[in-house]
Design a protein around this ligand. Structure first.
Ligand SMILES: Cc1cc2nc3c(=O)[nH]c(=O)nc-3n(C[C@H](O)[C@H](O)[C@H](O)COP(=O)(O)OP(=O)(O)OC[C@H]3O[C@@H](n4cnc5c(N)ncnc54)[C@H](O)[C@@H]3O)c2cc1C
Length: 408
């Protein structure tokens, strides 16, 4: 059975891995000319995603490549002294198994685990998918597939072709974010440092493994901003505008915008589709159910989604009429909980009022003071939904495997 996957980032290669392990014939088409190594940003893998990585035989590589970020030093406007948070302590409250890794590194690890078993086509994109499975491409010859999966991110091409324009499904949850690759001029290692204010925050993080540092900007305007997601110059101007009078090292970071080799900007947008499958086409990861970049644990959700989709397809003998509803039912609750977590996380991370900023500082200070065990207990009792990842039970699809994990 032939499956075409659009997108070779995290969800795409993870899905390719599991499908080939169940005996499907897989082609992955990626618009970028090669595996994207574009600076990237740090993402979190929580318990279920790490359990899946372990079953894939790639856990050791993930552990080797993890960023090891340990400390957050956060200044808040109006206070001279920063709050210092031990991140390991904080993450212990969220999940009892966690690794932070650069998105590009994770993508490469998943790609390496599948490159011998799946066909990868770079520098191309799907232009049409017909009801009988004929797929046409911008460059390559038309080909026929039994199933097509969009793993092509928040601005998914497959979703647009099959379900309609993004604006029909996206809800802005109140903020924008940018990531800029800059020289590590503060010499940061395993540390994040930054400044929070009302409606905006800027931070810089570095890790021994990274040749440079990454600046992260988040801001909350009163209204959504009108811009095109590929108009980089306008996006840089928006950052300059919103952070013009912000303190700390922000003027230096803004100066780097002219020469940065890697710039990422997006709205913190949530996708809300009631169903993300139609006929022989389905979606996985951010393409189908992005809870909001940087606030909703979407990487773990993408890895779990890929694992479940492949497993349900194997269990249904490749029949999409049975497999797709089973896939959606299996991860539906995880998707809904990630969405509500992301809405509240976006509000708390970039507070829109002085009271919200005070609460953020107080919460960060508390984490710094409490022993890890207490942080974990409090998060279990208090903030609802914080441990949503660890509460996911992974189904076992081992019976459908036709090959086992290749050990690295
Ligand atoms: C700044 C930032 C910080 C983040 N921080 C976190 C975090 O801390 N924790 C966390 O869990 N998640 C975080 N995320 C989200 C995380 O990066 C994504 O949720 C995760 O990578 C999901 O991967 P994906 O494969 O579904 O989509 P993506 O990573 O978006 O990949 C989509 C792929 O599809 C390709 N593509 C696009 N269009 C086409 C086309 N027409 N044809 C073929 N290919 C196409 C793209 O080139 C890309 O390779 C963050 C995201 C951002 C932007």
């Amino acid at each position: 059975m032939r499956v075409l996957i659009s997108g070779a980032s995290v969800a795409g290669p993870a899905l390719a891995y599991w499908l080939t392990r169940y005996g499907f014939e897989v082609t992955v088409v990626e618009r970028a000319p090669a595996l994207r190594k574009t600076g990237g940003h740090a993402v979190d893998l929580f318990r279920p995603a790490l359990d899946i990585a372990e079953r894939m035989g790639v856990l050791d590589r993930i552990q080797e490549m993890k960023t090891g970020t340990e400390r957050l030093t956060m200044y808040t406007e109006g206070h001279e002294r920063p709050v210092v948070v031990e991140l390991r302590r904080m993450m212990a409250g969220v999940s009892d198994r966690h690794a932070e890794i650069m998105r590009d590194d994770l993508s490469e690890i998943f790609f390496d685990a599948t490159r011998d078993d799946a066909e990868y086509v770079f520098g191309d994109s799907i232009t049409a998918i017909s009801g009988d499975g004929e797929v046409t491409f911008e460059r390559g010859q038309a080909r026929r597939f039994d199933l097509v999966v969009g793993a092509d991110g928040l601005h998914s091409n497959v979703r647009r072709l099959v379900f309609g324009p993004e604006s029909d499904f996206s809800t802005w949850i109140g903020a924008y974010l940018a990531v800029v690759s800059v020289p590590n001029f503060l010499g940061l290692d395993a540390t994040v440092e930054g400044l929070s204010g009302v409606g905006r925050m800027a931070a810089l993080y570095g890790a021994a493994r990274l040749p440079d540092a990454r600046a992260l900007f988040m801001f909350r305007p009163a209204e959504p901003i009108d811009y095109h997601y590929r108009d980089v110059e306008r996006q840089k101007d928006l950052l300059r505008e919103h952070f013009a009078d912000f303190g700390w090292h922000v003027p230096r970071l803004l100066a780097e915008l002219d020469t940065t080799p890697a710039f990422y900007f997006d709205s913190i947008t949530q996708l809300r589709l009631d169903s993300w499958s139609r006929g022989r086409v389905t979606l996985v990861g951010d393409a189908g159910y992005c809870p909001g970049p940087a606030v909703g644990g979407s990487t773990s959700l993408a890895v779990v989604g890929a694992y479940v989709l492949a497993g349900e397809l194997a269990a249904a003998g490749g029949d999409p009429a049975r497999a797709f509803p089973a896939y959606e039912a299996e991860i539906g609750e995880y998707v809904r909980r990630s969405r509500s977590f992301a809405v509240s996380a976006a509000r708390k991370l970039v507070p829109g009022s002085p009271g919200g900023l005070w609460a953020l500082r107080a919460a960060a200070g508390l984490i710094g003071l409490m022993p890890a065990g207490v942080t974990r207990a409090v998060s279990k009792l208090g903030a609802r939904g914080v441990r949503l990842h660890d509460e996911i039970a992974l189904k076992d699809y081992t019976a459908h495997e036709v090959r086992t994990a290749a050990r690295p």
